[in-house]
Design a protein around this ligand. Structure first.
Ligand code: NAD
Length: 341
């Protein structure tokens, strides 16, 4: 059984989606769509899919099993609402909404249509974080008490994604959402947040760095840092470094995908570096492997063997966290995170 998919948005990152779908025996992309006819045609030709320039026309004709939305955020709400009525599952890239109201409307549209909404939050699907979660679930290091996540580099992200130089809450909305999702994945829901942001790179309009302090519901704390203007050699981009203290041990993910586990006065070290996919390249392999892992999970959801990770409803609370972080940075005040009723 191979599920038929349709992809919307044939841009910079969607190439990873397309290669990863081509790797998966359980799914294939039969149609692609972009407002730019040249981009749709190029993807169609490269990946053997029928090209379209109108998402509504494509979905009405194709009626795919799943729709994979890889456009930028401004178009997400309309496209998710459209896809919900034409597919059995909807995938939306992050940031999946600009406002909480838009995000809630997208979740509601998919609930009304009884189709799962998955957010393409691939950081939690990166091998180091899957491994940390597996070690936590095994119970070997106990419960988390403190987490530090650091995504700091000076890689020229604007070369591939020039629109990023115009985004106001750049670091929070581009990578902050990923890091907050990872913090929730490892340490659970968050009850309050304090954040400071700064604009460091004079070439960009928005704030390209932040540091946030998160208090989790069960008492653990997380320090989450991101900077797109931290020249360091060798540049760890796009790796996130992690330090996770637990009641019975400490786990750290260092540069070069080194995992160290400290327990009972001993340290064990191993590699959590994923293979480079045949279509991939360093230093992107950590991300490319996570796209493949996430999309394999989508097939499992379609098979009825897994629940969405993360779902639109779960990611709505991650969006609330990023919006609260921006508010904290503006006001200088800690923000409580309201739990949904
Ligand atoms: P991009 O601008 O290169 O590509 C987006 C494409 O969507 C463009 O070709 C555009 O013409 C098309 N498009 C826009 N609105 C459309 C519509 N209504 N119908 C059809 N096509 C439409 O952008 P990108 O850098 O590839 O980013 C896309 C999304 O992926 C963003 O939300 C970004 O944040 C996200 N992203 C995620 C990761 C990750 O690791 N998860 C990494 C990079 C980018």
């Amino acid at each position: 059984m191979s599920y038929r998919g349709a992809l919307i948005g044939c841009g910079f990152f969607a190439q990873n989606h397309m290669h990863a779908w081509a790797d998966l025996p359980g799914a294939r992309i039969v149609a692609v769509c972009d407002l730019d006819p040249a981009k749709a045609a190029r993807f169609g030709e490269t990946f053997g899919a029928q090209p379209f320039t109108d998402p509504a026309a494509m979905l009405a004709e194709i009626q795919p099993d799943f729709t994979d939305i890889a456009t930028t955020v401004a178009s997400h709400r309309a496209l998710v609402e459209l896809a919900a009525s034409h597919s059995r599952a909807v995938i939306c890239q992050k940031p999946y909404a600009e406002t909480y109201a838009d995000g809630a409307a997208m979740v509601a549209a998919c609930q009304r249509a009884s189709v799962p909404l998955l957010v393409h939050e691939n950081f939690r699907w990166q091998l180091p974080f899957r491994r940390l979660k597996a070690e936590l679930d095994s119970g070997i290091v106990g419960r988390p008490t403190f987490l530090r996540l650091a995504f700091r580099h000076a890689f020229d992200i604007y070369a591939g994604q020039p629109y990023l130089a115009e985004v106001q809450d750049l670091a929070l909305s581009d990578v902050g959402l990923h890091l907050f999702d990872v913090a929730r994945f490892l340490c659970g829901d968050v009850v309050r947040i304090t954040c400071e942001t700064r604009r460091l790179n004079p070439r960009v309009k928005g704030e390209d760095s932040f540091v946030a302090l998160l208090r989790h519901a069960d008492g653990a704390t997380s320090s989450v840092e991101c900077s797109f203007f931290s020249p360091v050699a060798p540049d760890p981009f796009p790796q996130t470094l992690a330090w996770l203290e637990c009641t019975d041990g400490i786990m750290e993910v260092d540069t070069g995908y080194r995992l160290r586990i400290h327990r009972d006065g001993q340290v064990t070290e191993s590699s959590v570096e994923p293979d480079v996919p045949a279509w991939g390249e360093k230093p992107w392999h950590g991300v490319q492997d996570s796209v493949r892992a996430f999309q394999a999970h989508v097939v499992a959801v379609l098979d009825g063997e897994a629940e969405p990770q993360p779902s639109g409803a779960h990611n709505l609370e991650t969006l609330a966290l990023a919006l609260a972080a921006a508010k904290s940075a503006r006001s200088g005040e800690t923000q409580a995170i309201a739990r949904p009723p």
